[in-house]
Design a protein around this ligand. Structure first.
Ligand code: NI
Length: 178
C-alpha cells in the first residue's frame, strides 16, 4: 500500500511565522468548496498518520485560517480525552480564563521535542464550520489546550514561543523514560 504523503512544514519554514489568511469562500461556489474539502482532507490525513490530536493548515503549507481539534488517546497522547473531531474555520478567541495550567505539548512541526506550556484552562471561541455556519463553543482542559496551540499556528506562533523557560523543553525520548 502506498499513500501520497503530504509534507509537514517544520520549524524554520517561513509559513509557520506568518498570519494565515481568512477563508472567504464556502458553499455556493463549487470550486472553492471542493478546494476547502480537499485541504481539510489532507489535514486530517497528515494528523491521523502522525498521531496528532490537532493540526492547522499552515502546517501542511497552506496559509489559511483552518484548524482541526481531534483529541483522542493515542501513542503520542495516551491521556487525551476523546472528542469528536471538529474543523474550525476563521476561529476567534472571545475570552479565556485567567486561570492557567501547565501541560506537555508536542507539535508535528517541532519533531522530537515537547514543551511544558502554560495555557488558559478554559476558552470561548467563535468559528465558522465546514458549511459556512457560525458557531460558538466553550472548550476546557486538554481540548482548550489543543485549540490554543493550533490557533497559535494561524498567527505565526509555535509552542516554543509560549514556554516560560528553555528548561521546560524535553526530548520525546527523555519524556518517554519518565
Ligand atoms: Ni503544532
Amino acid at each position: 500500500m502506498s499513500k501520497a504523503r503530504v509534507g509537514v512544514a517544520e520549524l524554520g519554514n517561513p509559513i509557520l511565522r506568518v498570519q494565515a489568511e481568512k477563508v472567504v469562500s464556502f458553499a455556493g461556489s463549487g470550486a472553492e468548496t471542493s478546494r476547502l474539502l480537499y485541504i481539510v482532507e489532507q489535514m486530517r490525513e497528515v494528523m491521523q498518520d502522525r498521531d496528532g490530536v490537532g493540526i492547522a493548515a499552515p502546517q501542511i503549507g497552506i496559509s489559511q485560517q483552518i484548524l482541526i481539534i481531534a483529541s483522542r488517546p493515542n501513542e503520542r497522547y495516551p491521556e487525551a480525552p476523546f472528542i469528536e473531531p471538529v474543523v474550525m474555520i476563521n476561529p476567534i478567541i472571545n475570552s479565556k480564563s485567567s486561570q492557567t495550567e501547565k501541560g506537555w505539548e508536542g507539535c508535528l512541526s517541532v519533531p522530537g521535542i515537547r514543551g511544558y506550556v502554560s495555557r488558559a484552562v478554559q476558552v470561548n471561541v467563535s468559528f465558522v464550520d465546514m458549511d459556512g455556519a457560525p458557531q460558538c463553543w466553550g472548550l476546557e482542559g486538554f481540548p482548550a489546550r489543543i485549540f490554543l496551540h493550533e490557533y497559535d499556528h494561524l498567527i505565526g506562533l509555535t509552542f516554543l514561543d509560549r514556554i516560560d523557560s528553555v528548561a521546560d523543553l524535553i526530548s520525546e525520548n527523555e519524556l518517554a523514560k519518565r
